[in-house]
Structure formats: C-alpha cells, structure tokens
Design a protein around this ligand. Sequence first.
Ligand SMILES: Cc1cc2nc3c(=O)[nH]c(=O)nc-3n(C[C@H](O)[C@H](O)[C@H](O)COP(=O)(O)O)c2cc1C
Length: 341
Amino acid sequence: MYENASAPAPSPWRLSVAPMLDWTDRHCRFFHRLITRHTRLYTEMVTTGALIHGDQHRHLDFNAEEHPVALQLGGSEPDDLAACARFAQQRGYDEVNLNCGCPSERVQRGAFGACLMAEPALVRDGVKAMNDALGGALPVTVKHRIGIDRIEAYGFVRDFVGTVAEGGCTVFIVHARNAWLQGLSPKENREIPPLRYDLVAQLKREFPQLTIAINGGLATDVQIAEQLDPAGAALDGVMVGREAYHNPAVMAGWDARFFGDGTRLDADDDWRLAIEQQMVAYMARQQAERGTPWAHIARHMLGLWNGRPGARRWRQVWSDHRLKGEPAAEVARQALHARTA
Ligand SMILES: Cc1cc2nc3c(=O)[nH]c(=O)nc-3n(C[C@H](O)[C@H](O)[C@H](O)COP(=O)(O)O)c2cc1C
C-alpha cells in the first residue's frame, strides 16, 4: 500500500491507535510516537464533566511530540461538548472525537457512549455544537459501533451515520461489532459480539464522500492492507487497539509500509534499544519536571521486547516495584543485564 510516491497524500486517519482508558495516557502516546511518526494517536476518553469541573491539566496536558493527537470526549450535552471542544482547541489538539461506542454501565448511567447510538439526533446536535464552537479549526469525529444490543440490521448504523453527518461530521471510526448494553462487561463487549467487517465496507460504499475507518480485531500488516486496499474494502483507515498496546512492535513497520516514509525501523533489535533509551531519558525528565515515578511510564512499554530472547526477564525488571526508589537509568541497566544474561 502507498508505495507509489505520486499517489495522493494518505488520509490523516489511515492508521491510528485506539483510545483506551487507563492505557493511552500521555506517556503511552509518547512511547507509541517513538515507534511510529505518522500514526494518529487518541487520548483515553475524558468525560465532559471531568473537564468542566475537574483538573484540566491532568486530563489535557500532553507532550508536543505526540502530534497528531486527538482528544476523545465522553458526553452528550451539546453545550458541554462545545465547551470541551474549545478546551481541546486551546490546548492544541488536532481533533475532537466523540465516544459513541463505550458500553460500560457507568457510561450508560451518564447516558453517553454506545447508548448514544440510539439517539442519532442528539449526537448530530452535539457534533454541530462542537463544529460551531470550533469554526472548522479542528475536525470533529465520531467513534461508534455497528449496532447496539440485538439490532443486527445494516439500516441502523446507516441511519446513525447519515444523521450524524448532517451535524457536519465527516469522519467515522467504526468498531465493527455491536455493543450489548446488558449482561456483558466492557471487556466481554470487545470480544463476544461478532465482528462484521462487511457492514463497515458497506458504509463506505454508501457514503463515499465520508472518511470511514474500521476498528476491531485488526493487527497484522496484511489485515490492515486488506481493509485499505482500493480493490477490496477501500476504507480510509484502520484503528488498532489492544495489539498496538500489548505488542507495540507491530507499529514498527507502519511508517514505511503505509505512509511511504523510508524504512526507519528494521527487523533487528537496535531500534528497540534506541527507543528504550529514549524512554529512559523521558522518564528522567518527567521525574524532574513533574515528579512522575518511572513505573507510571514504564508500564506502557512492557511489551517492547515481546518475542525476543530475554523479553520475560526484561519485563520482570521493569515491573519490579522493589526498584521504585532507583533512577530509571539504573533500572534500564538491570533490565539490559537480565535480558542479555
Ligand atoms: C483497556 C481498554 C480501554 C478502552 N477504552 C476506550 C475508550 O476510552 N474509548 C473508546 O472509544 N474505546 C475504548 N476501548 C475500545 C478500543 O478503543 C477499541 O475500540 C477496541 O479495543 C477494539 O479494537 P482492538 O480489537 O484493536 O483492540 C478500550 C479498549 C481497551 C482494551
């Protein structure tokens, strides 16, 4: 894919790492950015209530290196969404994304997340309020499922997308399975409802003018390429979640393969070590500037050496809380020793 230098520039949504609560915080995104320069990164979901009433620095601060980075909002009240979209703009985010896919009970009590798929007009109004507030400065996008509960008909997601597009949303990221709002935990809701990629391809055929990215169970380069292939599903983008987090090396070839940007990271181990060293320097900086313990950062990179000799021993050192009083450089020294012993 994208091997032809004269081809048009790839969609900004061509590849992205999914928003993941508790996982894709600023440290995780900094780490992912070291592995891939072009992939779009998403924050964890932040509720409008937390932004309006809570600690904005905690929720919104990010590293300049993270661009392009999108803020994902959880909320449904158009005025609140508009206010939060403005915060995102002021802070320099590249996109505001609305979560219409999270099925957790806490989120349902707040009447947002996946249950918003039953209220497309409200989502349209929220999107419009955000677009009005931003005046086109940032794209407003929506991440959603293909259905809720036992609604399997394509018409449901088609009507949702059609209505929300009326609010000025032109980018939809579709997690290609239903959310079952009762009886499943959020984790089960990422595993049990069946994946139906064909519905997402159908959306793209029906709305060729919209940017449609697909999410759910996609990880390998071959799987990604299949979704982007103009002769196949011809989707505009692929969003990868769990695999990118657990096995970050999957991202190492993305810039070259999907963005035509050299062959920065090759198959040998040097790139892993270089990134680990950059992370150690980052940990030292975060400790000095913000008092952040290295363990808060290191937890996101525990998959870095997966599949390589000594990975388990390396991981054990970086997750050893007895070392929490040591500087990150010393932990790195011990981890290297353990890995190569
Ligand atoms: C730990 C975890 C937290 C998640 N938090 C969010 C979230 O905050 N917002 C959201 O839209 N999706 C969230 N998701 C769902 C992912 O964004 C993604 O849609 C899902 O994991 C399917 O993609 P995958 O199969 O590539 O992992 C979360 C997933 C995981 C594993």
